[in-house]
Ligand binder design. Structure first.
Ligand SMILES: Cc1cc2nc3c(=O)[nH]c(=O)nc-3n(C[C@H](O)[C@H](O)[C@H](O)COP(=O)(O)O)c2cc1C
Length: 378
């Protein structure tokens, strides 16, 4: 990462609002009810100091000297955005190694967790170098989201950085149920969800939104203000409407507008493919942090501001494959798309894509890597 950028990425402070301490006290007494005794003990020990261990360390490291409890200190500002079907634990771990300050899970169904779905629980696994990680939940039932936020904190403890609520996903399977971006049409319900989740956890709670639901909707300011009033620690904005999907260019101006409308940090997402895009969001639009999604596919080097050689791309693609095969053999077929992304732009790209698409077993992938290495004369 170049020095200027490193400076820019210094010190993002996500504060929970001042009223947090009173809510925490209330939470502490509510959770001291019988039946929740064991987890409460842990919880209240942490609440007494007001800081989890990483929070404590981060606070000590910061030069800001702010003693308010329950802060999440982010001193770098490039985040791996949540990506369903892409952000497996190995990919997140690699992005972290290359400098992503925080890595987000795939969006996780609160109902899936509630019903004990093994597939959903698998999405919560992580590698050693990743924590603390950001977990994104989706759903529309405030109770269910709040309960799962509480459970997540119990399970992940200090490994959990924050809980993000998905109000951005335009996929039909979510919006047909009133989830994801469909919540942008329901500000009251959204407010209830945020408040309930904030009250259920001592971790920072954030929301991720699009500009609006229909093409010309613009509810970003309204939702950012709702989020702030309800105690959210930050808002992530993708400057497109849900109806736009990925068409057109992401509106960056909305980031500047949000920065003038709320005091909580504004995280920008949308069309970040280069160091220049990063610079622009940070300097021209004053974003507090940037989430990178498609620009990180096959390109974890974006977090380091580096351009990889072909050899480096092959090396990381192979590492990703071997580690994923070991951790989640059932997800191995997802390596086809990852490898195509890692090797995009290499000579004979279309032949490479064809070859990778015929890989099934780990041994097929190994043969594939041997062949392309041989092609590079290695
Ligand atoms: C394959 C894929 C999966 C995504 N999954 C999620 C998700 O689970 N939750 C979410 O909030 N956004 C999701 N997004 C949106 C991204 O987080 C991001 O906001 C959006 O792609 C714009 O950023 P980009 O231009 O850097 O890709 C996804 C995007 C892609 C491309």
């Amino acid at each position: 990462m170049n020095l200027r950028l490193d400076k820019l990425l210094d010190k993002l402070l996500i504060d929970k609002s001042q009223s947090e301490q009173s809510r925490l006290n209330q939470l502490q007494s509510e959770r001291s009810q019988p039946g929740r005794m064991q987890s409460n003990q842990l919880q209240s020990e942490r609440l007494q100091s007001g800081l989890s261990q990483p929070d404590q360390l981060q606070l000590e490291r910061s030069h800001l000297g702010r003693m308010q409890s329950n802060q999440l200190q982010l001193d770098k500002k490039l985040l791996l955005a949540p990506m369903a079907g892409v952000n497996d634990p190995i990919f997140r771990s690699i992005c972290k190694r290359f400098g992503a300050f925080l890595t987000y899970s795939e969006m996780i169904s609160a109902k899936g967790l509630e019903y004990g779905s093994a597939k959903t629980f698998n999405m919560l696994s992580y590698e050693e170098n990743e924590p603390p990680l950001a977990v994104q939940l989706f759903g529309k039932d405030p109770k269910s989201l709040a309960e799962q936020a509480f459970q997540l904190e119990q399970k992940l403890a200090d490994s959990l950085a924050l809980i993000d609520i998905n109000m951005a996903c335009p996929a039909r399977k979510l919006i047909s149920k009133g989830e994801g971006a469909a919540l942008l049409k329901q500000p009251q319900l959204a407010a209830r969800i945020i408040s309930d989740v904030v009250n259920a956890t001592t971790k920072p709670v954030t929301i991720k939104i699009r500009k609006g639901f229909n093409v010309n909707d613009d509810v970003a300011v309204q939702f950012a203000q709702i989020a702030q009033e309800c105690g959210a620690a930050a808002v992530a904005i993708h400057g497109r409407s849900a109806a736009q999907m990925y068409h057109g260019r992401a509106d960056r101006e909305v980031v500047r507008v949000l920065k003038h409308s709320v005091s909580i940090p504004v995280i920008a997402t949308g069309d970040v493919f280069s160091s220049e895009d990063i610079r622009s969001y940070l300097q021209d639009y004053n974003a507090d942090a940037i989430m990178i999604a498609r620009g990180a596919q096959g390109n974890p080097w974006i977090f380091a501001g580096l351009k990889p050689t072909f050899e480096q791309r092959i090396k990381i693609a192979r590492e990703h494959t071997l580690r994923l095969a070991n951790l989640m053999p059932r997800r191995l077929s997802s390596m086809r798309k990852h490898i195509s992304w890692y090797l995009k732009g290499m000579p004979d790209a279309s032949a490479i894509r064809k070859a990778v698409n015929s890989c099934v077993l780990l041994s097929d992938y190994e043969k594939f890597f041997l062949q392309i290495k041989a092609g590079l004369g290695q």
